[in-house]
Design a protein around this ligand. Structure first.
Ligand code: MG
Length: 377
């Protein structure tokens, strides 16, 4: 039995993680659940899965009676280091997952990382801690998971990573139309149903640049060996090319429960009848095309920032979180997201090889900058 803690259990990945756990009652059990403000769903999850401990924002005293008797209320960090946890699913969004991730790594709890901002903000620090404490850091994001799966049983050096991108909702839109896109347009992703922040990041292709950064740190692959390929069907989740020219791909219908299940159960692959199956015996087409990065300036900005390192990525992540929030509230336009982020990056004074304090300071500084800049938009 593996004890699982889910940070962000009421979000899209959190709910799908519970679906996976429910499919394997002999193998997986819920030890702890943490949510933000969706108390109603957290209570119903707690009643169903009977975790020992829960965490949520807001006053616990007022809601304690809603949870099953004996449930402990605790902080994210304590949940991430719970004595009965074997694996911590970090499915929070933005910077919320950073400190719990470090806490879990420090005490040897395997971290399944769905919250990619954690590794974008603090890739050097997080991977150094995973190495230092010998703790597994497991990808959950479908593309890094695909690469991880392609690398199983293969110790050969990687020649190139082909990171696939659906292209998001604006793949075929003109630049003029994209500039005027509304939150509703941006939230209409063609292949994936996800939380709002990541869906907007997928429309700007910021998400794809974050994945480049994630892959760089998780698999120690040089930046120039990571190439993005547009694959609108989201069936091939990424590919690895080896020295002899052989390319391995991982394919499956776009459903996050598969990479979640792999992170929780690897190296085992157990049958899960509720997962969709890929059927290539019926007429179907898998297409690939180069990405036109000039149409998605956030991609180039974030990729460059990832490569520059220091506290630039933390500043960009913090700034992006606020900019996306403002866009969703109709406070700024779609094209303003890039405009604002570029200015924040220009103004930022980066610290090389930052520790946690410097990373959090850069994040806080950048958030203030965006709020200030947005007033002038
Ligand atoms: Mg992804």
């Amino acid at each position: 039995m593996k004890g699982v803690v889910i940070l962000g259990s009421t979000g899209s990945i959190g709910q799908q993680t519970l679906d996976v756990i429910q499919a394997f009652p002999q193998v997986l059990r819920v030890v702890g659940l943490a949510a933000g403000n969706n108390l109603e769903l957290l209570v119903s999850q707690a009643r169903r899965f009977q975790p020992q401990a829960v965490s949520c924002l807001g006053p616990f005293e007022e809601c304690a009676s809603l949870f099953p008797p004996g449930t402990t209320f605790t902080s994210l960090e304590e949940l991430a280091t719970h004595p009965e946890a074997d694996i911590v699913m970090v499915a929070t969004t933005g910077k919320a997952g950073l400190q719990p991730t470090l806490a879990a790594l420090q005490v040897g709890k395997a971290v399944a990382l769905a919250n990619k901002e954690v590794i974008v903000m603090a890739g050097e620090l997080v991977t150094a801690w995973a190495r230092r404490f010998g703790t597994p850091l497991l990808p959950v994001d479908s593309e890094p998971s695909a690469i991880w799966q392609c690398l199983q049983g293969d110790k050969n050096p990687i020649r190139r990573i082909l990171l696939t991108a659906s292209g998001g909702p604006f793949r075929t839109w003109t630049p003029e139309a994209v500039a005027k896109a509304t939150p509703e347009d941006a939230l209409n992703h063609p292949t994936w149903r996800m939380g709002k922040k990541i869906t907007v990041d997928s429309a700007t292709l910021m998400n794809k640049a974050f994945e480049v950064t994630e892959i760089h740190w998780l698999f120690d692959v040089p930046w120039q060996k990571i190439e993005v390929v547009v694959h609108p069907q989201s069936i091939v989740h990424s590919m690895v090319e080896f020295a002899d020219g052989s390319v391995k791909a991982q394919m499956s219908p776009p459903d996050m429960r598969l990479p979640i299940q792999y992170a929780l159960l690897h190296p085992s692959r157990l049958p899960n009848e509720s997962l969709p199956r890929l059927d290539l015996t019926t007429p179907s087409a898998l297409t690939f095309e180069p990405m036109d990065a000039t149409r998605f300036p956030c991609f180039n900005l974030a990729r460059e920032v990832g490569e520059r390192g220091g506290t630039y990525p933390a500043a960009l992540c913090g700034a992006d979180e606020v900019a996306v929030e403002l866009f969703l509230q109709h406070g700024i336009g779609f094209a303003d997201i890039h405009r604002v982020l570029e200015q924040v990056v220009e103004r930022h004074e980066s610290v090389a090889h930052p520790g946690l304090e410097e990373i959090l300071a850069a994040d806080a500084w950048a958030r203030d900058q965006v709020r200030e800049l947005a007033k002038g938009v």
